[in-house]
Write a protein of this length. Structure first.
Length: 295
């Protein structure tokens, strides 16, 4: 009982430290890149933004998802097509934990991370308000502290990760893939830039063989902080500058209301907002609140 109480207090303290810091965080603070910002191992810290959008509208709900895999098991029969609402709720949770620090010449840290994004047809009474799609994304990240000046920015970090993403569903709606993701982070004044090229790992039972053609081999995230506002943009493309050009773009704006609670506006366009939508082109607009931002 004493041990359980102790663990509960420690967990509460860790979570409180995540949500109670309302000041913008630098890349060094977020990734503990020097001794002044290091919080030690096995402490829960933010990774990607944490938000809830009670109102999220889509121009093209994916009523009858299909896969690029030609196998018969991936075909959704017409009778099983769903009539989804254009309006639903979306939320995301994301955190990371450092498990090893000061490795590889004291410049490297090893992290494990988890991100979950869910789409809930809460306004769809005719379908009993189902969760339309949930994506699970565990990740192992090796990150290195750097300090390289280039093009007016400072390269503060670089590394590599193993990333798995899946929706945990059965055929014909199963979607998953594994990637080796390289990353680099840059800072300048109120700007932060993350670049992430990736290599997809081979999969014998490929749920989405043409996912790279739809969303590309990497993405870039740009964050700008201005007073109480944080503006971010994430984009990816397949770099096919012809009739096969495609990709994904996500823009968000958060404004601090009080404490760590922020109003949150998110707009997306293209392919791959979720795995089930990897080949469904749509435009979405979401409005809600966020608790954790990129910085």
């Amino acid at each position: 009982m004493i041990l359980l109480c102790f663990c509960s207090v420690q967990l509460h303290a860790q979570i409180s430290s995540v949500f109670n810091n309302s000041r913008p965080r630098s890349m060094s603070q977020r990734w503990e890149l020097d001794t002044l910002t290091s919080g030690g191992t096995f402490v829960i810290t933010p990774y990607k933004p944490i938000y809830i959008l009670p109102l999220r509208w889509s121009s093209q709900p994916n009523d009858q998802p299909y896969s690029g895999n030609p196998a018969e098991g991936y075909i959704v029969p017409d009778d099983d097509a769903q009539k989804y609402n254009h309006l639903e709720t979306k939320f995301q949770i994301s955190f990371k934990v450092k498990v090893l620090q000061a490795i590889f010449g004291r410049y490297g840290d090893l992290w494990v991370a988890y991100t979950q994004k869910s789409h809930w047809q809460v306004y769809n009474q005719s379908l009993s308000r189902p969760f339309r799609e949930t994506n699970y994304e565990p990740e192992v990240i090796l990150n290195f502290n750097t300090n390289i000046k280039m093009f007016g920015f400072t390269n503060r970090m670089a590394g590599v990760s193993f990333n798995h993403q899946s929706n945990g569903r059965d055929m014909p709606l199963s979607r998953s893939w594994n990637r080796i993701i390289f990353h680099a982070g840059f800072e300048r004044d109120n700007w932060q830039v993350y670049l992430r090229p990736w290599i997809r790992m081979a999969d014998d039972d490929d749920d989405n063989p043409d996912i790279i053609r739809r969303i590309g081999n990497g993405d870039a995230t740009v964050i700008y902080t201005m007073g109480k506002s944080v503006i971010s943009f994430t984009g990816s493309t397949n770099f096919s500058f012809n009739s096969h050009f495609s990709g994904y773009a996500e823009a968000s704006w958060s404004y601090r209301l009080f404490g760590n609670l922020k109003g949150y506006l998110q707009i997306t366009h293209g392919y791959g907002e979720t795995l089930i939508d990897y080949n469904n082109r749509q435009t979405t607009v979401g409005l809600g609140v966020s608790l954790v931002e990129w910085n």
